[in-house]
Design a protein around this ligand. Structure first.
Ligand SMILES: Cc1cc2nc3c(=O)[nH]c(=O)nc-3n(C[C@H](O)[C@H](O)[C@H](O)COP(=O)(O)OP(=O)(O)OC[C@H]3O[C@@H](n4cnc5c(N)ncnc54)[C@H](O)[C@@H]3O)c2cc1C
Ligand code: FES
Length: 297
C-alpha cells in the first residue's frame, strides 16, 4: 500500500480540460542570465483569475501556435491575485516563454497533478532539498508556510546548483532569513571568494555533502525534495539509509516527460502510475516501489 501522499487528481481542474484559459503576463523577472552551458531562467507573473491550486501542482502553459509545456506554480496559493511560473529556457517552447513581456498572453490549463501534502506540515520541522531550478516548485510551498509561520517548527532549506550564478531567488533569501528560515548552499564549482562568505553557510560539493551539517530530528521532520532524478535518488537514499529519515516522510516531486497532463496520452506513465495525475508528488516509499520495476524516475 502506498503512503498516499495525496489522493489522485485535481478536483479543481476546469470542466473543459482541453481548452486553455488565456492569461496575461503582468510582470517578468530575470532570475538567472544565460551563461556558458546554463540557460536563462525567468519568472513570469500572470493574472490568477481566481485559480484554486495547491503548492506542488503544475500548469500546462501554452505559446499559441507553438505548443504547451508543464510548469510548476512557484507562488503560494495564499498570494491573492498573482500566479508565478519560474521557467528555464530548455527548448523552443520554454525559451519563447522566457522571452514574454508584460501584456503578452499565454494559454494555461490546469492546475494539474496532486500537489504537496500541506496538511501534514503543521507542527513539524520542514526540510527542503532543492537542486537547481527544483527550488521553483518548492518555493510555492515554502512561501505558503511563511504566510503562517507560527504553525510550523524549524524550516531548513538546502539549495544546490552547478555554480554560484545558478542559485535561484537570492533576492528573496534575506526575507526568508528574517522569517527564521535556516539556509545552506552547495555548488559543484565555486571559487575561493564565494567559499569565504558564510551567510548563508555553504560548501563546494554536491548537495548531499550538506547532510552531515543537518541537526534536525528525523522523527519530527517532513522533507520535500525537487531536482534532477539522480539527485533525488541519492539524497533520499542517504537520508533514509544513513540518517534515519523515514521513506514516507521524504516527499519528492518528479519531472517526467509529459504531453496532456491529464491522464490521457500515457507519456508520463511509470509502471502503473500516471505521474501527471497520481503525482508529480510521491513519497520515497512509493518511488522505491515504482523503481523496483522501472528504475529511471
Ligand atoms: C510536472 C513538471 C513540472 C515542471 N516544472 C517546471 C518548472 O517549474 N520550471 C521549468 O523551467 N521547467 C519545469 N518542467 C520542465 C519543463 O516542462 C521542460 O523543460 C519543458 O517541457 C521543455 O519543453 P521545450 O518544448 O521548451 O523543450 P524540448 O525541446 O521539448 O526539450 C528541451 C530539453 O528539455 C528536456 N525536457 C523536455 N521535457 C521535459 C520534462 N518534462 N522534464 C524535464 N526535462 C524535459 C528535453 O529532454 C530536452 O533536453 C517541469 C516538468 C514537469 C513534468
Ligand atoms: S502526460 Fe498524458 S497521461 Fe500523463
Amino acid at each position: 500500500m502506498s503512503s498516499g501522499v495525496l489522493e489522485r487528481g485535481p478536483e479543481s481542474m476546469a470542466a473543459d480540460v482541453y481548452r486553455p484559459r488565456v492569461a496575461t503576463v503582468l510582470e517578468t523577472r530575470g532570475e538567472i542570465a544565460a551563461h556558458g552551458a546554463s540557460r536563462a531562467v525567468v519568472t513570469l507573473s500572470l493574472e490568477r483569475d481566481g485559480l484554486v491550486y495547491r503548492p506542488g501542482q503544475f500548469l500546462e502553459v501554452g505559446v499559441f501556435g507553438v505548443g504547451e509545456v508543464p510548469i510548476s506554480i512557484s507562488s503560494p496559493p495564499g498570494l491573492a491575485d498573482t500566479l508565478m511560473l519560474t521557467i528555464r529556457a530548455a527548448g523552443y517552447t520554454s525559451s519563447l516563454l522566457t522571452r514574454m513581456r508584460p501584456g503578452d498572453r499565454v494559454g494555461v490549463r490546469g492546475p494539474c497533478g496532486n500537489g504537496f501534502p500541506l496538511e501534514r506540515c503543521a507542527g513539524q520541522d520542514i526540510l527542503f532539498v532543492a537542486g537547481g531550478i527544483g527550488l521553483a516548485p518548492l518555493r510555492g510551498l515554502l512561501w505558503e508556510l511563511l504566510l503562517d509561520r507560527r504553525r510550523y517548527g524549524r524550516i531548513v532549506v538546502l539549495h544546490g546548483a552547478r555554480t554560484p550564478h545558478d542559485l535561484l531567488y537570492p533576492w528573496q533569501w534575506p526575507e526568508w532569513k528574517c522569517l527564521g528560515v535556516e539556509m545552506m548552499l552547495s555548488v559543484d564549482a565555486g571559487d575561493r571568494a564565494w567559499q569565504q562568505q558564510d551567510d548563508p553557510p555553504r560548501v563546494v560539493g554536491f548537495l548531499p555533502s550538506l547532510f552531515p551539517r543537518l541537526d534536525l530530528d528525523p522523527a519530527r521532520t517532513l522533507t520535500f525534495l525537487c531536482g534532477p532524478p539522480v539527485m533525488i535518488h541519492i539524497a533520499c537514499g542517504e537520508l533514509a539509509a544513513k540518517r534515519g529519515y523515514r521513506p514516507d516522510r521524504l516527499v519528492a516531486t518528479l519531472e517526467r516527460h509529459m504531453k496532456c497532463g491529464i491522464g490521457k496520452c500515457g507519456h508520463c506513465v511509470v509502471v502503473d502510475r500516471y505521474v501527471c495525475m497520481d503525482g508529480p508528488v510521491f513519497a520515497y516509499d512509493e518511488l522505491q516501489a515504482m523503481a523496483r520495476i522501472e528504475p529511471p524516475w
